[in-house]
Design a protein around this ligand. Structure first.
Ligand code: BTN
Length: 325
């Protein structure tokens, strides 16, 4: 009902409460109550005693009505579970996937109390500041190829940020998205699989859109940023999600159709890692080397300080300078 009322208010012309009520088979008082609640959510609705109601401005919310209005995808975001606040969209998406939710189902939240990054790090998720979403994917791929998914999905994030803001983000392998050298977005992929078969993948995307740097904990202030911080003005989260979903859908389809190798050139356009000095660290230790390339599996090829070529499949990468050699 709420969605139907919003649809009528969006037409840009005044619509009378009486007509809305008649159209939807509810009372005028019921219409008025919906309008009152919408206003509480931040919808600016003007009313004129003779003409009725008109939507002047929608708030920058990521609810299904806002995301799906004008959304051009076929699968991604066609079904949306929306939360004002949730522990983590990853948990919710996992729950849905376990109960057979279809591919493309989107879980999105205005805030997360336990937002998670890679390696069980915390993902800062204050209300209405960032984009916190998880998509359910069910690719017919071998588990071995799954490691390539977060890499190719980084392309879609960069393209979307660039299209919406004009900023030029860069990717730090495998999929950290940076602006001015600081992290602005990240991807967390979790999956359920058997050795031969993938049941589902949860693709989690976090973007710091309007988050002020003061909201990051002290230890992140020098390494994290937000789009607004770099652009110098607020960025519309809804517009970004509406670009991101079609971009991700098209890259995902292309990846399934042509494979990783054919997307590597597109990844390189945004990459900041190749031909840079890097420090690689994982649970077993760290080393400094020169990033030569990525291979057809998405592994980072690094020449270490003893000129040994190493193939890095996972780990944390810090872009460093030759001086640390
Ligand atoms: C990273 O460490 O770079 C990955 C960050 C992923 C954060 C997103 S926000 C939406 C989804 N829910 C989570 O708890 N994490 C991911």
């Amino acid at each position: 009902m709420r969605r139907e009322i919003l649809k009528r208010l969006r037409k840009g012309i005044y619509t009378s409460g009486e007509n809305i009520a008649k159209d939807l088979g509810i009372t005028r008082t019921a219409v008025w109550k919906y309008i009152r609640n919408l206003r509480k959510e931040g919808y600016q609705i003007s009313s004129s005693p003779r003409l009725g109601y008109r939507l002047e401005q929608a708030p920058d919310l990521l609810n299904p009505e806002e995301i799906q209005t004008g959304l051009t995808t076929h699968v991604f975001g066609r079904s949306i579970q929306y939360h004002a606040e949730v522990a983590s969209t990853q948990y919710e998406a996992k729950r849905l996937a376990e109960s057979n939710a279809e591919e493309g189902t989107l879980v999105v939240a205005e805030a997360q109390s336990e937002g998670r990054g890679r390696r069980d790090r915390y993902w800062v998720s204050p209300p209405r500041m960032g984009i916190y979403l998880s998509l359910i994917l069910r690719p017919d791929l071998e588990p071995l190829n799954i490691a390539q998914i977060p890499i190719v999905m980084g392309i879609g994030i960069c393209e979307s940020i660039s299209q919406v803001t004009g900023l030029q983000p860069r990717i730090k392998w495998p999929n950290d998205v940076l602006l001015e050298g600081k992290k602005v977005a990240g991807i967390l992929v979790e999956m359920s699989a058997e050795p031969e078969r993938v049941h589902y993948i949860i693709l989690g995307i976090g973007i710091n859109v309007n988050t002020p740097v003061s909201m990051f904990p002290d230890n992140l202030r020098s390494t994290a940023t937000s789009l607004a911080e770099v652009a110098g003005h607020p960025v519309c989260r809804r517009t970004l999600v509406q670009r991101l979903l079609p971009n991700q859908e098209s890259i995902y389809n292309e990846f399934k159709r042509v494979g990783f190798e054919d997307l590597m050139e597109r990844w390189r356009l945004w990459d900041q890692t190749i031909h840079s000095w890097v420090e690689i660290s994982d649970a077993s230790g760290s080393f400094v080397g020169y990033a030569l390339d990525i291979d057809k599996d998405g592994a980072l090829i690094v020449k270490d300080q003893k000129d040994k070529i190493r193939r890095v499949l996972s780990g944390d990468v810090t872009l460093t300078s030759e001086l640390t050699r």
